[in-house]
Design a protein. Structure first.
Lengths: 258, 215
């Protein structure tokens, strides 16, 4: 039996830090440091930039774009909030441009570090079966939510993709129960408020849960809520900051960046 | 009768690409390097990216969106291909590829398709030539030693039109969606990737660089 992990983060109260990495300036919040072996979560607001350097992380990652736009000249193309961008561990992406009041959550199941793809050794460690998926919430229609009157949901990833992303919109005092998050799940408040583990959390606060039993349902607040559920699959067990020079470099680069 | 017949299948490398794709231009140098470093003979096949392009080509629109898009593309190439970037001349016009595919078939029949594609990409992407024009195709041929008189007849009389079209259709039938799409033995790579990834894939399939084998 797996030990249940649960972290609740009130992003509104986390300090901001101004920083830069490889010439790209931004401000960030470290919301979960991952230094206890648990999840790592950060919020970034990049200044407008035509080219954020190509890089990868050593764990899978959800990027939840809360504001502004990201443009990928190759492949994914144009993302604007609300949007998700998912990558498996060691799956490179970028360079990409950011603009228009960029604001995003970067969510890992464990500390994932960051490796610039200028590193030739890292290129040999690319996950050749790695998955990458991106979508805009506006491209998907709302569907009625069973059991909750006037509730609705939209799937941001195909249901059989593996990792899952769904946005749920509910009226006040609705209980949102989800299956056991075997490989970990972020539950991010996008609008309104929710009660998580006895705390009222507003956007873009979140809960991370992992375990083989279902977590306690979250309850929407007085004005209802919109919540993104971002669920990892077994790729969350892969990679990470383990032994090896690449892991050391990834951890150091992330520490320098934030 | 029982017999054991040993067959040594060559390691197959094939690239499906369109001359008008800048990412395919980057793959040219990678494939040329792969052919130098490994015992492989990459095959370059057509994948028509923009079937709607007329023979005279089509000027690219200039507006705020395309200017911003160009800026991002330049930034991408500057970072991902720092050595090639200063030489690259992005065309203002989307060029017509079908004649170039015919020329590639002509070169194939003379065993010169691999150097021909390099010469033609160079003309388009570093010298600003238009591959929709016969002169450009002929110049590329002359540079690698194709018979100009023979090539001229083949191109003007469209001797390879059917074959080029069949090759384009074949790429579509086997589900080629990206340019470049690269096959390294059993592995398919959709879109441009790092050379180091190709090295890794080669080695995982037991293909080692000539230098390593020699030592």
């Amino acid at each position: 039996m797996q030990m249940q992990q649960c972290y609740v983060v009130d992003s509104a109260n986390a300090p901001w830090k101004r920083s830069a990495s490889e010439g790209v300036s931004f401000e960030c919040q470290v919301l979960l440091a991952g230094d206890d072996g648990g999840p790592e979560a950060m919020r970034f607001r990049f200044d407008d930039c035509p080219s954020v350097y190509a890089h990868m992380h050593l764990t899978p990652q959800f990027q939840l774009l809360l504001g502004g736009a990201m443009d990928f000249p190759r492949g994914v193309k144009h993302l604007e909030a609300l949007a998700i961008h998912y990558t498996d561990h060691n799956m490179p992406y970028g360079p990409f441009a950011v603009s228009g009041g960029h604001d995003m959550l970067v969510l890992h199941p464990r500390a994932g570090g960051i490796i610039s793809m200028a590193n030739l050794e890292a290129r040999r460690k690319i996950n050749l079966r790695g998955r990458l998926f991106a979508s805009l919430a506006s491209d998907t229609e709302w569907q009625p939510l069973p059991d909750i009157e006037s509730g609705a949901f939209k799937l941001l990833m195909p249901h059989d993709f593996g990792p899952a992303a769904v946005v749920v919109k509910v009226p006040a005092h609705a209980a949102l129960a989800m299956p056991a998050p075997e490989f970990g799940r972020y539950e991010v408040v996008l609008e309104g408020s929710v009660i998580m583990e006895g705390q009222e959390i507003t956007p873009p606060g979140f809960r991370y849960v992992r375990g083989d039993t279902a977590a306690a349902p979250i309850i929407s607040g007085e004005n209802g809520a919109s919540v993104a559920f971002l669920t990892f699959d077994q790729n969350a067990l892969e990679g990470g900051i383990i032994e090896g020079s690449l892991a050391v470099e990834a951890a150091e680069a992330m520490a320098r960046a934030i | 009768m029982t017999a054991t017949q040993e067959t040594t299948q060559p390691f197959r490398v094939a690239v499906f690409a369109d001359f008008v794709c800048p990412y395919s231009f980057l793959a040219v140098e990678q494939m040329d390097r792969l052919a130098r470093e490994y015992d492989v003979q990459p095959l370059w096949r057509p994948h028509l990216l923009h079937p709607e392009t007329p023979p005279e080509g089509k000027m690219r629109e200039r507006n705020a969106e395309t200017i911003a898009s160009d800026e991002r593309r330049h930034a991408w190439f500057k970072e991902m291909a720092p050595e090639q970037y200063p030489r690259i001349r992005f065309p203002q016009k989307r060029q017509y590829s079908m004649l170039a595919f015919e020329a590639l078939e002509f070169a194939y029949d003379r065993g010169l398709d691999f150097p021909y594609k390099t010469a033609l990409y160079d003309l388009m992407w570093t010298e600003g030539a238009d591959i929709g024009e016969h002169e450009t195709l002929m110049t590329a041929g002359e540079r690698i030693g194709l018979n100009p008189a023979e090539m001229k007849i083949a191109l003007y009389e469209r001797h390879y039109a059917e074959r080029a079209l069949a090759a384009v259709n074949q790429a579509r039938e086997i589900g080629i969606m990206n340019t470049p799409t690269i096959f390294l033995g059993k592995t398919r790579i959709n879109g441009w990737t790092y050379y180091e990834v190709m090295q890794e894939i080669m080695e995982r399939q037991g293909m080692h660089p000539r230098e390593a084998i020699a030592s």
